[in-house]
Ligand binder design. Structure first.
Ligand SMILES: Cc1cc2nc3c(=O)[nH]c(=O)nc-3n(C[C@H](O)[C@H](O)[C@H](O)COP(=O)(O)O)c2cc1C
Length: 340
């Protein structure tokens, strides 16, 4: 486009600085950046980078806020220690008794350059697998458990990127080999894991810019089951949950869709009106990615509550147990955080 503008400018012959030299100069700069990107990133022609420092000095909230989707990875493999610690976290968070649903979900480690978009350099992955037959709680479990693994990897200095729509299923299944049974298993998404590279193609920097924004807290948290009155997170008793709201607001979601909503519920307890639970709901009918995002949100909420020592547990309540009169079809209810 810039070259075209420069060509037209040259033909016109007026305002040469604006119509010819400026677009030509910009076109030259972008061309250098493009060639540089191809040489440096695609063919890995850059100096070997150091393993990033760990983030063990950060508190739980700063840690969750420091996580971001890494879309350019170093070519080095995880060190043996990092790999072993990661696999221990995978084993721990895959345990059936820690899941919300009754079926098990698992995370297979694959060391191969799977076909993914737009991430570059990723060559180690965790592939999230749920049972073939659709079960919403299992999909929520994938999001929740994998996010807990991500939150374990982040302080180790590891970079991660959830990849769903950008992952090629054929390439995943091919590399899983006999770790995947097409009759019983369903690949939900993958998570690239490795060390972040400072060499980032321009389009990845651009991608990051447009996917970084978040909805305001008043668009995510409400005081009523019809999601009309925003929750004042700064006033009592809601303020007791401090930065839990913020870390849910910044939790990752596919295409940054931010599809989870929360309604705080009060009720009579010991004769007094008290905050009794938070209901987490999905704002779209998406069967997979909204459920994964809700699971991720739950993991951040639980981690925040644990850091603040706010006791509670996740549970799926029936319509009778929720005792709410009229609720809209969307956001649809999934899970509650019951205050203990
Ligand atoms: C289930 C899921 C699938 C995702 N799929 C992709 C993907 O295919 N490609 C990609 O680059 N990012 C993907 N992301 C990352 C989101 O784009 C990212 O989380 C969002 O833009 C917010 O940015 P942040 O993670 O840096 O906070 C996915 C995230 C989730 C939770």
């Amino acid at each position: 486009m810039l070259l075209l503008i420069a060509g037209v400018g040259w033909l016109i012959g007026y305002w040469q600085v604006l119509l010819f030299w400026l677009p030509l100069g910009l076109a030259a700069l972008f061309s250098v950046a493009l060639v540089g990107t191809i040489v440096i990133v695609k063919y890995g022609m850059h100096p070997t980078e150091r393993i990033p420092a760990d983030k063990k000095n950060l508190d739980a909230f700063d840690l969750m806020r420091s996580r971001h989707s890494c879309r350019s990875f170093q070519s080095r493999n995880l060190t043996a220690e990092h790999h072993a610690e990661l696999m221990e976290a995978v084993r721990f968070h895959s345990q059936q008794n820690l899941q919300l649903g009754e079926q098990s979900v698992r995370f297979e480690y694959v060391s191969a350059a799977l076909t993914v978009w737009p991430v570059v350099g990723a060559h180690e992955f965790l592939v999230a697998i749920a049972p073939r037959d659709y079960n919403r709680l299992s999909i929520i479990d994938v999001g929740r458990s994998l996010q807990k693994i991500v939150l374990h990897a982040t302080p180790m200095g590891l970079a991660t990127c959830w990849i769903g729509p950008g992952a090629d299923n054929k390439s995943i299944v091919q590399h899983l080999g006999n770790q995947f049974d097409p009759i019983k298993d369903h690949v939900i998404c993958v998570c690239a894991i490795g060390y972040e590279s400072m060499y980032k193609p321009l389009f990845i920097r651009f991608f990051k810019k447009i996917t970084q924004k978040r909805r305001s807290l008043s668009e995510l948290f409400f005081t009523d089951p019809s999601f009309k009155s925003p929750l004042d997170t700064e006033s009592k008793p809601y303020s007791d949950y401090g930065r839990c709201y913020e870390v849910c607001q910044w939790s990752p979601s596919s295409y940054n869709g931010q599809t989870t909503r929360c309604a705080a519920v009060t009720g009579k307890s010991g004769g007094q009106e008290k905050l009794i639970r938070f209901d987490f709901c999905a704002s779209t009918n998406s069967r997979y990615y909204a459920a994964v995002a809700l699971g991720i949100w739950c993991a951040n909420w639980e981690t925040g509550c644990a850091a603040l020592n706010r006791r509670g547990h996740l549970a799926v309540l029936s319509t009778e147990e929720r005792a709410t009169e009229s609720v809209p079809e969307l956001p649809r209810y999934d899970v509650s955080w019951i205050i203990d």
